[in-house]
Design a protein around this ligand. Structure first.
Ligand code: WTA
Length: 655
């Protein structure tokens, strides 16, 4: 049974806000503040949605939110089954909509939603939308690294491409429950590959195509895929990255540890590298273009239980070994679709662009699944946001008439320091709603995003969530209530956040402490691959009875939540999670490094930077070259090629 609900502070506040008038006029108050009204504190700074946006929104007022929120936490079964019924289920779930044990003291942690229901997320993304008349709607606009290189695909075409790949995978022996590793850049083939796996019940594990060969090998060894899908190379900005070579070394390394992958399906990314130039292992490597087109464009769906695994995504923890976060099908499907719809106030006419890579959870939930489940048109961008110049994002926004733009504070801050003129030369009038994710957005970056990018017209959904949560947990709903720059506002439907002190005691009202959640939500991860014990100790043991997020948080007098960053051994650099232990173990593998201790330091643009204290082996003199080689060992061994210089390439290479 659910814990008794105390009417938490935020609800009381939303209740008291219910009488507030809305209207665009109120936005000027923010401008007054920016112009120097020093009397109000940051927390008091309210930004109201425009009347038009509000009245047309799915959730148009604090009362409406309150009604829906109350139902979602008092009657989760009713609330979520009503929503789940909008999807296609081959068989309906059993009597019990969800089952949870959230308390380690009561036994094994267990979360289940819609158990017994048979469905398929690929079917719900594609076939279901096509059947309801969206077949000719554009599913994906693809924008290449080089301006002018682009293409697009309708829902019908996407389904055909997914089915061809799904048929191929079946043909080479991939069955329900088998793992497939995907190491691809942001080509259309990346979401295609994810959906093809889902269609046949295979578990995809996308590895960000910027991770090193060692990191890739580590993941391959952990999940033992039947097939690895990659491409030969990719252009990012002015650089070419030879992905196939990285895969070759990862496959060699994993084979040495006894994990042999039979098939390496390689897409020829012609704009970056010709086939003929690519190193090839006969018998194992297969060109995508040589085989896939021969397969039928229809493919039967594998109906899976709502609790069958959908994907594994590795994320950094406080020890050296990455954690394989496991998400299952039904709850994740319902949750990503619903959060997408409400947090971005999605309408069928919207054009949506999320700048995240599918190698991260944001790309899983809010490039691929959430939007496609809603039948949305999604922009997929291969390149770097500062190439060929720092106006590229707005060029893309104008080109595709993007109405919802979702990005990370680090990008906002990096563009902010380039100056407004790179923004104002573009129209951006299609923009309606903005979004932020990955790290706390500081109020000054929030204001610049709001005023300069969104012309003081577009609410910002500052979505707090994690790889583990599957979807948004604390997020504004654009039309529902006034925002405060830098606050993620209130919890999403069904989410019961609590702030606890160091003893694990819940604190009420205005306070600061550790952010926990006290009951399950459909999108929650179910375990860590192969290590349920680590799942329980990492997330459920610090504060028994709660899921512990690893984040610090405060709640202001009005009930708004303000995320303050990680409180564990995880650093957040440009929105990317990095375990200090991962960096330390890379450093000590350097022959001249005896000991290392790593901490996060504040960084103006990246949010946090990595600071390493290193003890050098006795007798070795310190030199700048040694420092550089220590940096390189970290970069090559553990981290991504892009981290730290992804969006700052021009200025920060070598730092
Ligand atoms: C941080 C990314 C403040 C937080 C979706 C969390 C945020 C970690 C926000 C998860 C936000 C994410 N405000 N902090 N809006 N969004 N974070 O797993 O520290 O890559 O624990 O998921 O990012 O990172 P992950």
């Amino acid at each position: 049974p659910r814990k008794n609900l105390t009417t938490s502070n935020h609800l009381r506040h939303v209740e008291s806000m219910a009488h507030l008038p809305s209207g665009a006029g109120r936005i000027t108050r923010l401008n007054a503040l920016i112009l120097g009204d020093a009397l109000a504190s940051e927390e008091d700074d309210l930004v109201f949605p425009s009347e038009v946006l509000s009245t047309q929104a799915h959730v148009s007022s604090p009362q409406k939110y309150l009604e829906m929120y109350q139902r979602s936490v008092h009657d989760p079964s009713g609330f979520w089954s009503d929503i789940a019924s909008e999807f296609y289920w081959r068989e309906k779930w059993g009597q019990q909509v969800y089952h949870e044990n959230f308390d380690v003291r009561k036994g094994k942690i267990k979360i289940e939603w819609f158990k017994g229901g048979m469905t398929n997320i690929c079917y719900n993304c594609l076939d279901r939308n096509i059947e309801s008349g969206k077949g000719d709607k554009t599913a994906i606009y693809w924008e290449g690294n080089e301006p002018g290189l682009d293409s697009s695909m309708t829902y019908n075409q996407l389904l055909a491409r997914v089915c061809q790949l799904a048929n191929y995978l079946k043909d080479v022996g991939v069955h329900k429950g088998d793992a497939v590793v995907i190491y691809l850049p942001m080509l259309m083939e990346l979401p295609i590959a994810m959906l093809a796996c889902a269609r046949i019940g295979a578990i995809h594990s996308v590895v960000f195509a910027g991770f090193s060969a060692e990191s890739l090998a580590q993941r391959i060894i952990d999940c033992r895929p039947k097939v690895v899908i990659t491409c030969n190379a990719v252009r990012r900005g002015s650089k070419i990255i030879y992905l196939k070579e990285i895969v070759d070394s990862a496959l060699l390394e994993s084979a040495q540890k006894g994990i042999v992958t039979d098939v390496c399906l390689t897409y020829e990314n012609e704009s970056a590298m010709k086939k003929e130039m690519t190193k090839w292992t006969k018998g194992r490597d297969i060109w995508w273009q040589d085989v896939i087109l021969k397969y039928p464009v229809t493919c039967d769906v594998e109906w899976v239980d709502a609790e069958d695994p959908l994907f594994l995504l590795y994320t950094s923890g406080s020890t050296g070994k990455p954690k394989g976060v496991l998400h299952t099908t039904g709850g994740y499907m319902v949750y990503t679709a619903t959060t997408f719809k409400y947090a971005f106030d999605y309408k069928p006419t919207d054009i949506y662009w999320c700048t995240a890579d599918c190698g991260w959870i944001t790309g899983h939930s809010y490039v691929t699944y959430g939007p496609l489940l809603n039948g949305a048109t999604v922009v997929v961008f291969e390149g770097a946001p500062n190439y060929p110049d720092v106006g590229r994002c707005w060029d893309i926004v104008d080109k595709y008439k993007v109405s919802i733009f979702y990005t990370a504070p680090t990008l906002v801050r990096s563009l902010m320091r380039e100056g407004d003129e790179h923004v104002s030369r573009y129209s951006r009038k299609s923009l309606r709603v903005l979004g932020s994710v990955g790290e706390p957005i500081n109020p000054s970056a929030w204001r610049w995003f709001f005023n300069v990018i969104g012309d003081a017209r577009c609410p910002i959904s500052d979505t707090w969530w994690q790889t583990e949560t599957g979807g948004f947990m604390i997020t504004p709903l654009p039309g529902a209530w006034p925002q405060k720059p830098g606050s993620a506002t209130f919890p999403f439907f069904g989410v019961q956040p609590v702030i606890v002190d160091e003893k694990g005691v819940e604190i009420e009202g205005e306070c600061s402490g550790y952010l926990c959640v006290k009951s399950s939500w459909p999108g929650a991860f179910r375990t860590l691959h192969g290590d349920h014990e680590r799942y329980e100790t990492t997330y459920f043991s610090a504060f028994p009875g709660y899921y512990f997020s690893g984040d610090g948080c405060s709640r202001d007098k009005d009930g708004y939540y303000w995320l303050t960053g990680r409180v564990d051994d995880v650093i957040n650099v440009s929105g990317h999670r990095i375990g200090t232990a991962e960096v330390e173990s890379a450093l000590v593998s350097h022959p001249q490094c005896a000991e290392a201790a790593v901490v996060g330091v504040e960084h103006e643009v990246k949010g946090q930077g990595i600071y390493a204290f290193v003890t050098i082996v006795e007798g070795v003199p310190y030199s700048d070259d040694l420092r550089k080689s220590l940096v390189m060992v970290v970069r090559n061994q553990r981290l991504t090629r892009y981290i730290g210089h992804q969006v700052f390439q021009r200025r920060e290479v070598g730092k």
